[in-house]
Design a protein around this ligand. Sequence first.
Ligand code: SF4
Length: 352
Amino acid sequence: MGTIWQVYGDNAHAMTMRLLEAAQAHELVPAGGSVALKPNLVLSAVAEDGAVTHPGVLSGCIEYFFEHGVRDVSVIESSWVGDNTMRAMRRAGYEQVCSRYDVPFFDLKRDKTRAVQTAIGPIDVCERALNAGLLVDLPVLKGHCQTRMTCALKNLKGCIPDREKRRFHTLGLTRPIAALGAALRPGLVIVDSICGDLCFEEGGTPVPTNRMYLCTDAVQADAYGRALMGLDSDDVPYIELAEHFGGGEAAWDESDLVMLNEPTAAARYVRPKGTVARLTRGVHEDQACSACFASLVRALYETGRDGRDICIGQGWQGKEIDGLGIGRCCSGAVECVPGCPPTAEAIAAHLL
Ligand code: SF4
């Protein structure tokens, strides 16, 4: 099982640099090799919508690798079928990042492809992804209406041409996502869990979480992300299937986690709106960290329970709570979900 480095905060650029420094990620770049950064730019949106990778993640990666002597850095991506990648990159603020550092952005819809033999047969994959010295997968951890969640493995779908994306849907997504992940095996994964959407890959219901994490295994990144979202292996079968196909290892436990700071380093949860406000109606929130509140939001969403009489937040420290408390701050509760913050999976287990 590999190490997972995790950081909380409000500054995507600084958080990314901190993760990369902690992991000494430049050592993963082969001598004289290139780095290809693969964000999630599924459609034209800004990071605050909960759909696309924050531009600060790109700038943090570029600055880190430049500082460590890697000169050949590029950004590669193709948006989903029906959207224009270049329009999406401008909307997300990537154009300013690429021009500030003089780093090329390559629209993979225009790239050459090569058939790669996988566990389910040949898949056409874009050459810039295949030829990268170090492929850096930069997904957003968020919900998805068909696969329940999307993170590192599904983000690689942006490395295939549109005709293959369409074919993936006819094959039911699970097997092709797993096979592609095993075939590409990105060497580095940095997950943007700053503000992923609750249930849709295109965003619209963002859940501010103010967290990022890094590891070197896309399968492990997804398995950890799945627990953070309160889902289990039956909900997202492509993760274990990718492991079976040789894409990495799904196992992780608390001893794999290296926390670079505390959740209190990030902003407190902002007053929720829309669906999130509806889900959390009745919750007694007092100075909750965003990561804690986001875990509760996802657990309520997954279990369908309402938030009545649930306490959460630093304001509950040292107080007696006659009901369910979320996180270490609520240890005075009759029933407490331990952790700082607890995962949505852990909270959901208490709600069921
Ligand atoms: S347990 Fe308390 S300090 Fe820890 S994340 Fe939750 S609210 Fe923040």
